[in-house]
Design a binder for this molecule. Sequence first.
Ligand SMILES: *Cc1c(COP(=O)(O)O)cnc(C)c1O
Length: 375
Amino acid sequence: MNIPFLDLRKVDEPYINDLRHALDGVVSSGRYLLGDATRTFETDMERYHDMPAGSTVAVSNGLDAIRLILKSFIELGRISPGDEVIVPANTYIASLLPVTEFGLKPILIEPDPSTLNLDWHKAEQAITPRTKAVMVVHLYGSPCWNGNVARRMRDNGIYIIEDNAQAIGARALEAGLNGNDITGTLGHAAAFSFYPTKNIGALGDAGMVMSSDPNVINAIRTIANYGSDRRYHNIYQGLNCRIDELQAAALSVKLRHLDAITLTRRHRASLYNELIHSPLITKPLVMPDKCQVWHQYVVRCPERDNFREYLKSNGIATDIHYAVPPHLQPCYASLLHSPLPITEMLANEMTSLPIAATNDEEIAYIASVINAWRP
Ligand SMILES: *Cc1c(COP(=O)(O)O)cnc(C)c1O
């Protein structure tokens, strides 16, 4: 067998006619930005997440969604350059870049090695009088939430921002600050990404901000359109972070299939869980049924590089999320030099197995190859 890590043609194949039809509608409308398709996608996302009308802004990509959240908090006077923001050390660099871009001070917190997500107790211990926000990342599609700690933080004036790029449709074990348990609604504001490889991907770049706070939403809608609240009147030094109508139209099509996509990913993850039994491999933590959306299926093994070579020689492509953690990237060499041993160990042990378009037969093959590994 020859199993690619991810084949987007296979991922999008079931929707191709609906996508063509939706794109065609935009092309013949002559309206390419800030039109009906964008408004419809925003409404579709609000309904899916059981959020009030006017609680989303569809934007250019996931990184910009995080940038807009932080910039709006700065413009609204809630946080200021120099304030501390708690960020998980085990994350994609996009969770961190906007923090340093706006002169905020990142405080990197080690993950819980069983969940691979932020360790909330360590995060709470790291709070100082300058801590103004926590970036909660639901990495690999697993909800990262501790209601008690989050509420204590909120009561101390700390904003909870979710980076929900990898976990659309996931549910936390307990309710968020507003009583809803779906990720993206748990804290004060959330960023979504529709990068093509995400659980629902655009045909290019797209993202979204979600917040039940109308002040945040209004500020972000304005900042994302040059800071202009009406034509040629700029109340912020804004950005251009608009979403294309084409992407919004494609995403409304995909969102209709999100629950089916999630169920399929859960099925694949449970097959892996059932079939992999090599003592050399640590499987991911499995939470109750409705929680995880399995953006990645990440296994651990101390001899990771040999393991990946072995899989490759058996026709199985894998990936690493992420091989070099943000604090060890060259761009942060002078800024973030403290050692983070758990994050660094995970970066050396983690392997992501194919999950986005893999069928049962392929998963059974991958599991049997893994179980036969004798390093
Ligand atoms: C993909 C991703 C982002 C960034 O999203 P883009 O749409 O690629 O800009 C941010 N955070 C995490 C955790 C991601 O996986």
